[in-house]
Write a protein that binds this ligand. Structure first.
Ligand code: KG4
Ligand code: ZN
Length: 338
């Protein structure tokens, strides 16, 4: 069967066709229209501009996804759409488009949780892992640990209490003059610096919790930059990028290790935009090796927002009979039901 996946929760408009056959999920097409260049001018995503750009892109992106897949709408068994969480105006574009498409063509509609979709990207690997596993979702909007017992069953066991890891990377990147979004550029810059040069606080909270907090780390880095500016000392950008990355990666690794030991899970899945970070991949890879745990990350091209991961998550909701009605609405917040 073919699933059409649609994504518009932030600054990427995407549609993809995924084929599900004999328990295997395979990408047939995956079209992503990024708005990054538009938002770069403002140093971050401007929600109203994002909504308008989604409206402009969504028809073309969907037509292209179907055309590249070589299929027509009557061959689509389900339309899966990200309904939450995300920017409300942006989500509404995808949800209303998907609802109309499904209703007009009598195709079942499935609502998808964006966070679960990031994790579902891992099922698009050739050697897809099987639940149960521990999932770390690290993106621009989320940093959470989930005990996953089935593709649709997630229990949050730890999370950031304030900023997300991606948000923290982007903020520091912006302050040291990197183009938006700073995450990928900071990743490269960090590789050229000394990670022990600047002492920064860990985002890992106390031993009694699996939660993290990035606000103190962010403030400490900003204070360091202000101090350099006040003293007329050039900010050692590469050392700061390396030290900041070390604090983020070290803090996350600490909580991941605690979560693996607590749950006893033998597989770790890492997903979301920040899962592309080379330092985090290397650190968690080494941690898993030491603990004898299988480490699974989606292909780099599927770490950021895309329709294929939505189609993959939608397939499992479809299998469970979780269909949406034309009354489906978008929500900026995560919904406890999904
Ligand atoms: O998952 P995503 O595409 O969107 C959300 O759902 O938030 O994640 C985007 C985030 C941005 O903050 C971006 O800077 C970050 O992922 N990111 C990275 C890297 N590549 C993207 N952060 C650190 N290192 C990277 N290589
Ligand atoms: Zn995302």
């Amino acid at each position: 069967m073919y699933i059409l996946g649609m994504e518009s929760s932030c600054d990427e408009t995407s549609a993809a066709v995924v084929c599900a056959e004999n328990g295997r999920l395979e990408i047939v097409s995956n079209i992503v229209a990024s708005q990054i260049e538009t938002h770069r001018l403002y140093g971050g995503v401007v929600p109203e501009i994002a909504s308008r750009a989604h409206i402009e892109a969504i028809t073309g992106v969907t037509t292209e996804a179907l055309s590249q897949a070589g299929i027509t709408l009557p061959e689509v068994s389900a339309v899966a759409v990200t309904a939450f969480p995300g920017l409300i105006g942006a989500l509404l574009v995808g949800v209303n488009f998907a609802k109309s498409l499904a209703y007009a063509n009598s195709i079942p509609l499935v609502a998808v949780n964006h966070i679960k979709a990031h994790v579902a990207a891992v099922y698009l690997r050739e050697d897809a892992p099987e639940a149960p596993f521990l999932a770390l979702v690290v993106s621009g909007g989320h940093t959470s640990l989930f005990d996953v017992t089935a593709p649709t069953d997630f229990r949050e066991i730890g999370a950031t209490r304030d900023d997300a890891a991606g948000e923290a990377f982007d903020k520091i990147g912006r302050v040291i003059g990197l183009p938006y979004p700073g995450g990928a550029a900071l990743d490269r810059l960090a590789a050229t610096g000394d990670k022990h040069a600047i002492k920064l606080p860990s985002p890992a909270l106390g031993a009694d919790t699996l939660d993290l907090s990035f606000s103190g780390l962010k403030t400490a880095a900003l204070n360091y930059i202000n101090h350099c500016n006040q003293q007329n000392i050039p900010v050692p950008r590469a050392d700061l990028a390396a030290s900041f990355t070390e604090a983020v990666v070290g803090g996350i690794a600490k909580k991941v290790e605690a979560a693996l030991l607590k749950t006893g899970r033998k597989t770790l899945v890492m997903a979301g935009g920040v899962a592309a970070n080379s330092h985090l991949r290397a650190r968690l890879g080494a941690l898993c090796k030491r603990l004898g745990v299988t480490f699974a990350v989606p292909p780099l091209s599927l770490c950021g927002d895309n329709g294929a991961m939505v189609a993959a998550a939608g397939f499992f909701e479809y299998q469970n009979g979780n269909f949406a009605t034309p009354a489906l609405n978008a929500s900026a917040q995560d919904l406890p039901a999904l």
